[in-house]
Design a binder for this molecule. Structure first.
Ligand SMILES: Cc1ncc(COP(=O)(O)O)c(C=O)c1O
Length: 431
């Protein structure tokens, strides 16, 4: 049988060791696929849950991607706010490889040193005292919802309902999709679990009316991400915090998308000088490796007792090693501050173009979680396609805006280039 050492992996000491694979193995077949072949195979064998653009990325480095046909792209989506430290950051890749060669998984029946270290680090960085690890944002939110209900039970409070905001997004499991305040994600999946109520975002009076004796928690994204990058007024979140305290309910902040430097601070709540009782993280926590976290204050976290919640893979050695390296890179490379600086630069660059009469209404967001809101006659999907053609990956949200969530490692040159390509695309599609 013929063999080939097509792929390599860094050893614990950083050396590349050859991996021997059969020449006709699926590993090799994947490496030799074109865009078209990947598209055809996807269409035949994957469930059709995604409306995918006609490109298959196969390699990444920093803020750059390459597709299966060898074309290079500047990535201003970052796996939807996942790739904070840049694609395939060497220190994250090495931490994953080292841990993979040492120990990938044991049950949570036993202590997991990387999970303990990661929990400590996240607590040092945030308001929190304890962590629970999951594998995704939705799972982190499931943990948060269960924890809030258990807290209410432990404190003899009658409430079990969670109040969320219209236009929110909290995940796709049945509980988190119900928490998501958007009808379009609910339809077709009834019956939905009870125990969720909704209030308009950024409207403190409306929220005050929805919270009642049946409420145990309010759950919000500090900036609504999937809902359109909706930034609340300066006084909204402080008022929400006060309202939760007055009514004796918990404040859960879903920072799955906004957290870990994305918005120019370690956590978006720091923009408003408040702290939540529970916070969830995922997306960029593992530098591209799947991991989610539910963090809470001591008083709330201790309501969970053995047996209350669990996850086979949650907090495994490999994911936690990836996350520890990711946090170190964010810190050592000053990426949180870079996100704030580059976000401000992108806003300024667009502001200049808007003065020149370009059909953009507004650019909003914090740090590197931004929405480019177009004038009514600009079809966002067409702009997205035109940008892709020109080697820039951006994300059309709805009909009228783009989301920009590039890796936090981007520099000035990349910002200028991205803004140029977007502006040219707007001109091209509006004729
Ligand atoms: C704010 C927020 N919460 C939760 C989720 C769900 O995360 P996941 O897709 O990892 O389950 C997302 C995903 O986009 C999100 O943006």
């Amino acid at each position: 049988m013929s063999t080939a050492s097509a792929a390599g992996a860094p050893a614990a000491d950083g050396e590349l060791l050859p991996i021997t694979v059969k020449a006709d193995s699926y590993v090799n077949k994947v490496q030799m696929m074109t865009n078209q072949q990947a598209i055809e195979l996807t269409r035949k064998y994957l469930m059709p849950t995604y409306a995918q653009l006609p490109v298959a990325f196969v390699r990444g480095e920093g803020a750059w991607l390459w597709d299966a046909d060898g074309k290079q792209y500047l990535d201003f989506v970052g796996g939807i706010a996942v790739i904070g430290v840049g694609h395939c950051h060497r220190r994250v890749a090495e931490a994953i490889c080292r841990q993979a060669r040492t120990l990938m998984h044991t049950s949570n029946l036993y202590h997991i040193p990387p999970a303990a270290q990661l929990a400590r680090r996240l607590c040092e960085l945030s308001f929190a005292d304890r962590a629970f690890f999951a594998n995704s944002g939705a799972e982190a939110n499931e943990a948060a919802i269960k924890l809030a209900r258990k807290w209410a039970l432990c404190n003899n409070k009658p409430g079990r309902d969670v109040v969320t905001a219209y236009q929110s997004f909290h995940g796709r499991t049945l509980a988190t999709v119900t928490a998501t305040g958007q009808e379009k994600y609910h339809k077709n999946f009834a019956p939905l679990p009870p125990g969720f109520k909704y209030a308009p975002f950024n409207d403190i009076q409306a929220l005050a009316q929805v919270i009642d004796d049946n409420t145990c928690a309010v759950m919000l994204e500090p900036i609504q991400a999937e809902g359109g990058i909706n930034v609340p007024d300066d006084d909204y979140l402080p008022q929400v915090r006060q309202l939760c305290d007055e009514r004796g309910v918990l404040l859960i902040l879903d920072e799955v998308q906004t957290g870990l430097g994305r918005c120019g601070k370690w956590f978006a709540y720091q923009h408003w000088g408040i702290t939540p009782d529970i916070m969830t993280l995922a997306k960029s926590l593992g530098g591209g490796f799947p991991i989610g976290a539910c963090l809470a204050t001591e008083q709330v976290a201790n309501c969970f007792q053995p047996g209350d919640h669990a996850s086979t893979f949650g907090g495994n050695h490999l994911a936690c090693a990836a996350a520890l390296a990711t946090l170190e890179v964010l810190q050592d490379e000053g990426l949180v501050d870079n996100a704030a600086r580059m976000g401000a630069l992108i806003k300024a660059l667009f502001a200049e173009r808007m003065e020149d009469g370009l059909a953009i209404k507004q650019i909003r967001g914090h740090g590197l979680l931004l929405a480019v809101q177009f004038a009514d006659d600009v079809p966002a999907k067409q702009v997205e396609a035109a940008c892709l053609q020109e080697g820039l990956v951006v994300n059309a949200m709805g009909d009228d805006r783009l989301r920009l969530a590039p890796p936090l490692v981007i520099g000035e040159e990349e910002c200028c280039r991205a803004v140029d390509i977007i502006c040219q695309a707007v001109i091209a599609v509006t004729g």
